[in-house]
Design a protein around this ligand. Sequence first.
Ligand code: 5AD
Ligand code: SF4
Length: 485
Amino acid sequence: MAINERIEQLTAAADLNSPAPEQEPARQAWFMARARKLIEKRAAEAGRELTFRVETFGCQMNARDSEKIVGILESVGYREARSEDADFLVYNTCTVRDNADQRVFGRLGRAGHLKKNRPGMKIAVCGCMVQEKSNVEKIRKSYRFVDLVFGTHNLYRFAEYLCNCLETEGMIVEIWDRADRIVEALPVARKYPFKSGINITFGCNNFCSYCIVPYVRGRERSREPIEILRECERLVSDGVVEIMLLGQNVNSYGKDLETPCSFAELLQMVCEIEGLKRIRFMTPHPKDLSDEVIRVVRDNEKIARHIHLPLQSGSDRILKRMNRRYTKEQYISLALKIREQIPDVSITTDIIVGFPGEEDCDIDDTIDVIRRVGYDNAFTFIYSKRAGTPAASMPDQVPDREKNRMFDRVLAAVQETAHARAGLLTGRTMEALAEEVNVKDSSYITCRLSNNMLVHVPGDPSMIGKMLQVRLDECRGFYFFGRVV
Ligand code: 5AD
Ligand code: SF4
């Protein structure tokens, strides 16, 4: 039975004359039933449908969390609005870098003005940013019009908070320091009908010295393999052909389970699901990407020919201070092993520049790795100081001007290698998943290759969600023009 059907049955069976049940997910189903009644009444009073909008910042995990939030909002009777001028507005935030925080506060300020002209509007802020106490204090003090603040560990209670928020005035703040359980079977509204992310682990135990994630997402917890496989099967029976397995460090999947299961074993089991055509995963940590995982990828064509392998820095000195637990040469031999074992694989990465104490000789090392690995693409970030992390109190912070100069050097090197790699597939015919109508020219359909590159082909919307054989006629830097063969 599809997830949404199961929760729908529980919601239909909820007895609103009795108190909310204690056990989950029946408790959330009860609150969804109650919210439905409230929204129906308000819509009748307003003489129109009520609307919602969820604005998502940050990574794939947040995108997945937003699908859960949207799933609940839709199932209680809200309709999606095209802008933030909506009856229920949610900001699902990221705090990995400071500019993400600043963007949310800017948007929140504007939402406060919208609220003045929209009686009954509710504004919620959730996600990683509000797991930090200082941000919650700032919201309490300077953004008093916010109605609901909830964290990442208790997202599964959103229906309950939504209901309370509709029935009371004043700000509700519900932040937990850790997760008490993993609740399965809540409604999910997938952004794309044919592809989906699935969480396999939550949290992170690595404590890279610059990173706030372990503090806001908590310790690593793996879902049981059987739950993951069941969710994959349900998605496939619902029309999904591509699944992305999500975790902060997918390689350490399963080590915390009562009956341990390695990530390679999980991947192999997911590959065996009939009807599933493509599998991706994000993100492996280079320190423990096993030969076993490389072998499973190599032997299963269903697994995308794309490995995102965050480097962060190419300098041994900086890597040590970052607490990454690998050396430059270890990283390079891993990347070259991947290239050798998996033909046509694309390797992409994340790089941080301007880490405390970083000097030009460290950037030279990073550029050396970029050239030797030959990345297909790289996300380069300027180091952002996150309060409470070890790197934030390192004395030798790099001035902004220096950081910007280092950033330009790294970016130029990345562009050089990415350009060199991009054209290599020109003329080949490959499988591509048709994803959407091209945003610039609606007579083209944008498709994604196994290696994550995009190819635009003449076509129509009936192709969307299908795996097609596409000839890559012309490379335009980071994407192709092609045709279905
Ligand atoms: N400053 C800059 N970039 C960071 N990242 C994580 N923390 C920081 C920080 N404090 C980057 C890393 C990570 C990506 C998701 O974000 O490169 O891989
Ligand atoms: Fe942050 Fe490092 Fe964990 Fe990634 S592995 S989430 S960079 S602490």
